[in-house]
Ligand binder design. Structure first.
Ligand SMILES: Nc1ncnc2c1ncn2[C@@H]1O[C@H](COP(=O)(O)OP(=O)(O)O)[C@@H](O)[C@H]1O
Ligand SMILES: O=P(O)(O)OC[C@H]1O[C@](O)(COP(=O)(O)O)[C@@H](O)[C@@H]1O
Length: 322
């Protein structure tokens, strides 16, 4: 198994309230509240750990409330390389209704000083040494400029480990220019970052071709319950998950990303990778926790994934890490 570094610049305590139906503007009564140390890179790390990998985690963590995160790192055996900064790590509110709809209210995050930015950049060569992949995932907290973010990605790309990116908005737009090895936006995030409509498969294919021409080897475009399209160097695939009962879709994208990276690092054929990743994501929507609780259920889900080449695309398996 591989050594993998995940970078979560803007981690969060996910505060999930379960309630039958959300009535905006009224008094709502929650049925249960769950608090989880989260953020995209950390969620990816949890799934990768369950798939057998060795994880190091970094980013910026508030010095005033690190307990839930440190408990998670200890429980998971993560190597903790987070830079502590003054203040509290943000809380993200998830209002999960019984029909599976989730309303997210994500906080802005810490105000990171330029000294902390310098400190993280200075640690990068030592942190990346010996890693077989680096994942940068999630939004940017206050104080992290796009210029700094691009510098971080550029430094990471210069190292040997393949670079994986999952972010949104202006950060995704800037990150695409660095041409990471693998990028996983959802369809709306990609359309916004590229400022193009992606209403049809043909429009998506054209955009994917542009991004691959810039040097992005793998573009994985997730589309919620519809599944995903995967534009690999020599093969384009589509996957559709089996129907599952939705508890919360929070973390579905992170789970998908972890599954894709796992299959690619293992050197699996494309279809096997796609089945596993789609199953990991489908399993995640049936639970609030992040990770793989039931390997047998995962295998059953993987069998029921519909995976097929995208029309007109070759299915050559050329998914080597390069
Ligand atoms: N309702 C669902 N049922 C089954 N799988 C789902 C469902 N919603 C999402 N997924 C899976 O999770 C993946 C990521 O979900 P998506 O919502 O596109 O990502 P993100 O969370 O990044 O916005 C999808 O590609 C799909 O495989
Ligand atoms: O950094 P952002 O974009 O605010 O996202 C953070 C949120 O995304 C999550 O990682 C879930 O992401 P996905 O649903 O896209 O997998 C939450 O745990 C977290 O609250």
């Amino acid at each position: 198994m591989a050594r993998i570094l995940t970078i979560t610049l803007n981690p969060a305590l996910d505060l999930t309230v379960r309630l039958p139906v959300l009535c905006p503007g009224e008094v709502n009564r929650g049925e249960a509240l769950y608090v989880q140390a989260a953020g995209k890179g950390l969620n990816v790390a949890q799934v990768l750990a369950d798939l057998g990998h060795e994880l190091s985690v970094t980013g910026f963590l508030g010095a005033d409330n690190p307990q839930d995160f440190e408990t998670l790192f200890a429980a998971r055996g993560f190597h903790d390389a987070f830079v502590r900064v003054p203040g509290q790590t943000r809380s993200n509110f998830k209002l999960a209704e019984s029909d599976g709809r989730v309303t997210d209210i994500n906080g802005p995050g810490l105000d990171v000083s330029s000294a902390a930015l310098d400190m993280l950049l200075a640690k990068i060569p030592q942190l990346v040494a010996g890693q077989e992949a680096v994942v940068v995932a999630g939004s940017l907290p206050r104080g992290v400029t796009l210029d700094w973010f691009v510098e971080l990605l550029t430094q990471l790309k210069q190292q040997d480990a393949p670079l994986v990116l999952d972010t949104s908005g202006a950060a995704l737009h800037a990150g695409l220019q660095v041409a990471p090895w693998l990028v996983k936006p959802n369809l709306a995030e990609l359309a916004e970052a590229c400022a193009v409509p992606l209403a049809s498969p043909a429009q998506l294919a054209v955009q994917a071709q542009c991004l691959q021409a810039m040097g992005i080897a793998h573009l994985v475009v997730s589309q919620g319950a519809e599944g995903l399209c995967w534009f690999a160097p020599d093969a384009h695939w589509q996957a559709r998950p089996p129907p599952v009962e939705v508890v919360s879709t929070v973390g579905a994208g992170d789970s998908l990303l972890a599954g894709m990276l796992h299959g690619l690092l293992q050197g699996w054929p494309a279809e096997r990778t796609l089945r596993l990743a789609t199953a990991v994501a489908a399993q995640s929507v049936g639970q609030l926790a992040f990770g793989i609780p039931d390997a047998a259920q995962l295998a059953r889900l993987a069998e029921r994934v519909e995976a097929r080449p995208l029309a007109g695309a070759s299915t050559t398996d050329n998914n080597k890490i390069s």
